[in-house]
Ligand binder design. Structure first.
Ligand SMILES: NC(=O)c1ccc[n+]([C@@H]2O[C@H](COP(=O)([O-])OP(=O)(O)OC[C@H]3O[C@@H](n4cnc5c(N)ncnc54)[C@H](OP(=O)(O)O)[C@@H]3O)[C@@H](O)[C@H]2O)c1
Length: 305
């Protein structure tokens, strides 16, 4: 069970399970996406009481935010925690900007696309090379005081950049790449985040589908970031998860997501979904209660990562 009640020092309530929306309107990142599928996924999230949506300017260069804004009604907006991110400049998304002026404009533009008065969590999506990080966060703190931002986050920041961003203790959330097959953050970030009371949200929790159990031992070539030996270890680990999933009448993906939900270092797990079917399967992770022993077995099965 998560230990966080609110993200960092904010008053935004933690939702253990959310939805990653890079496949909602993220046409620049994934081929053959249809807006209507994205709309259906957002509607299904709301219908299934999935009360946290994670989006970004970069997902469709504003289109993901627009779809959320167009789809979420006023009544549903009140119960939802919406997180978005910016740093890529609209003129050239390869150029990253964390300057106070850029961030203030980015928040204003995102508020409009999301058709909302407050962004519950606003992340600086990527660090630039020039802006002192505490100055970037101070600009967001001004917006927080104006009620335009609820909690302040950074993403893809090194520990040194996180420390700089948190110089005045104003950082609430960090989002970074973390999953059972990518556990560096446990060593590099978690000790500092715990000490400072900063919440952690992992991205790629299903390792882009690898941890759903839908790939088999012949699929190693599709995951070139892993050596053959590592891929074999991952398949062994998934077999362990499959055994535990069976006991709960659950799927591998649901059981992996349940492991994150039970992990006290993780505030919210935000699996992405390409369609309503995937979303409807993933929300059932909330029904899987792992015993301490099962939690440890999964932890051990992926201890090499
Ligand atoms: N801050 C950042 O820089 C950053 C970077 C990346 C992502 N993110 C955020 O993190 C979220 C999660 O990351 P992600 O979506 O890229 O990766 P993920 O959650 O690890 O994997 C999601 C993908 O796995 C597959 N999948 C999901 N549920 C499934 C199911 N039940 N059965 C079979 N396949 C299933 C789908 O892809 P297929 O159907 O294609 O297999 C889906 O798009 C994103 O949506 C985004 O909001 C943030």
């Amino acid at each position: 069970m998560t230990e966080n009640k609110y993200y960092g020092h904010s008053l935004v309530p933690v939702q253990p399970l959310g939805l990653g929306t890079n496949k909602v309107g993220g046409h620049n990142l994934f081929p053959n996406l249809k807006d209507e599928d994205g709309v259906a996924v957002i509607k299904a999230a709301i219908a299934n009481d999935l009360d946290m949506l994670d989006t970004a300017y970069m997902y469709g260069l504003g289109r993901s935010e627009e779809i959320i804004g167009e789809t979420v009604g006023k009544k549903d907006r009140r119960k939802l925690v919406i997180a978005t991110k910016a740093a890529q400049t609209p003129a050239d998304p390869h150029v990253i900007d964390n300057s106070p002026a850029f961030l203030k404009q980015a928040v204003a533009d995102a508020l409009e696309r999301l058709q909302t008065k407050t962004i519950d969590i606003f992340y600086i999506h990527f660090p630039d090379q020039k802006t002192p990080k505490n100055q970037a966060v101070a600009a967001l703190d001004e917006l927080r005081q104006e009620g335009k931002v609820g909690a302040i986050g950074v993403s893809n920041f090194s520990l040194a950049q996180i420390r700089e961003a948190n110089l005045n203790g104003m950082l609430d959330v960090v989002e970074d790449n973390y999953s059972l097959v990518h556990r560096d953050a446990e060593r590099t970030l978690f000790p500092y985040l715990r000490e400072q009371g900063i919440s952690f949200v992992p991205y790629f929790p299903l390792a882009s589908g690898l941890l759903t159990g839908k790939y088999n031992r012949e699929d190693g070539a599709k995951f070139s970031q892993f050596s053959a030996a590592q891929f074999s270890q991952i398949m062994d680990g998934i077999d362990v998860v499959r055994g535990i999933a069976k006991q709960h009448d659950a799927t591998v993906a649901q059981t992996v997501l349940a492991w994150y939900i039970a992990n006290p270092d993780i505030a919210t797990v935000i699996p992405g979904a390409r369609n309503v079917q995937q979303l409807e399967q993933n929300v059932k992770a909330r029904d899987v209660q792992l015993s301490d022993d099962e939690y440890q077995q999964i932890d051990q099965a992926f201890s090499a990562f």
